[in-house]
Design a protein around this ligand. Structure first.
Ligand SMILES: Cc1cc2nc3c(=O)[nH]c(=O)nc-3n(C[C@H](O)[C@H](O)[C@H](O)COP(=O)(O)OP(=O)(O)OC[C@H]3O[C@@H](n4cnc5c(N)ncnc54)[C@H](O)[C@@H]3O)c2cc1C
Length: 283
């Protein structure tokens, strides 16, 4: 139902800044959701600790920076000054971090927790670490530094991506409030497809299509691009919200499709880029 207030609020994306806070925590649990304990493909990581109290994340595709120890087991913590992260002095080790979407958080004191979900792939700093992660290991998070928020009430949603975007898709889905929603998720095989069907709780109005492409881990987004370029909005193209995130090669076809259709409120992001360590998505 469109209310008078909604009708007066044109749909737009607004950016909100947040104070950058560094929080040190310990690993509470590591659960393999796809793959095996020896060769996980998708992992849920729960962190715990008093510094997580007060953590919050306003936007569905927010990201935090996750600091994990390297192969030598050493965790280099970032320093945060009044103007943001402080660069280490020459010769000092550099903190290494990767971007992840906060999945769930809450609790107080030592019982405060934060949940992340990580795609495991060959040769990644965070990915390699999580394969051997144990309860009690020390890690840190920083941020989110800001959020992109939808102002107004979308009449429909397109939520599409590979497994790196599953946490953001799940968070967007929680806000669709019965609006017609197309969910497209790109996975590498049938086991991941079953996990996605199990993990995503589809609200009224939402339908899920899982696309299987064995070459996802080597950067193929062809099946997702094909699905996005054949998708049409279930109403006024300017009245809904489209979110697409996967390997960088999805960005150009997604933006081209939105431009042709006249979809004005959208996010199309490369959440990772083949061959690019420490990839930072354009914000
Ligand atoms: C806003 C935002 C939110 C994100 N949220 C999540 C999230 O919730 N969960 C999640 O798993 N990821 C998420 N990502 C993606 C994640 O940050 C990258 O995949 C990151 O590179 C993983 O770090 P790594 O240390 O494992 O690999 P890196 O050390 O950064 O990369 C090493 C190599 O691995 C390859 N690589 C990187 N990611 C993948 C992948 N997914 N599959 C196959 N090969 C890869 C690249 O070719 C790269 O050269 C998000 C990214 C952004 C920008």
């Amino acid at each position: 139902m469109t209310t008078v207030a909604d009708a007066q609020t044109p749909l737009s994306l607004v950016r909100r800044r947040a104070e950058l806070v560094r929080r040190v925590a310990t690993v509470e649990s590591v659960t393999t959701l796809a793959g095996t304990a020896e060769a996980p493909r998708y992992v849920r990581l729960v962190l715990r600790g008093a510094e997580l109290e007060g953590f919050t994340s306003a936007g569905a595709d927010d990201h935090l920076r996750f600091f994990a120890p390297g192969a030598d087991g050493v965790l280099v913590l970032p320093e945060i000054g009044p103007d943001g992260p402080v660069q280490p002095a020459p010769g000092q080790p550099r903190p290494v971090s990767r971007e992840y979407t906060p999945v769930a958080w809450g609790g107080t004191g030592e019982d405060a927790t934060l949940t992340l979900e990580l795609v495991v792939h060959a040769g990644g700093h965070a990915s390699d670490w999580v394969v051997g992660a144990q309860p009690g290991d020390t890690v840190a998070v920083g941020g989110p530094r800001g959020s992109m928020l939808i102002e107004g009430t979308p009449a429909w949603y397109l939520l599409a991506g590979d497994l790196t975007a599953l946490p953001a898709i799940r968070r967007h889905l929680a806000a669709t409030a019965g609006a017609p929603t197309t969910v497209l998720v790109l996975v590498a095989g049938e086991e991941e497809a079953a996990m996605v069907s199990d993990e995503l709780v589809l609200p009224a109005g939402a339908s899920l299509r899982v696309l299987v492409d064995a070459d996802v881990a080597t950067g193929s987004t062809a099946a997702l691009a094909e699905a996005v370029t054949s998708w049409t909005p279930p109403g006024d193209p300017a009245a809904g919200f489209a979110f697409v995130a996967a390997e960088q090669s999805i960005v150009a076809p997604a933006k081209a499709r939105f431009s042709v259709l006249g979809v004005t409120t959208h996010v199309a992001k490369g959440y990772w880029r083949l061959g690019d360590d420490e990839h930072h998505a354009a914000h």
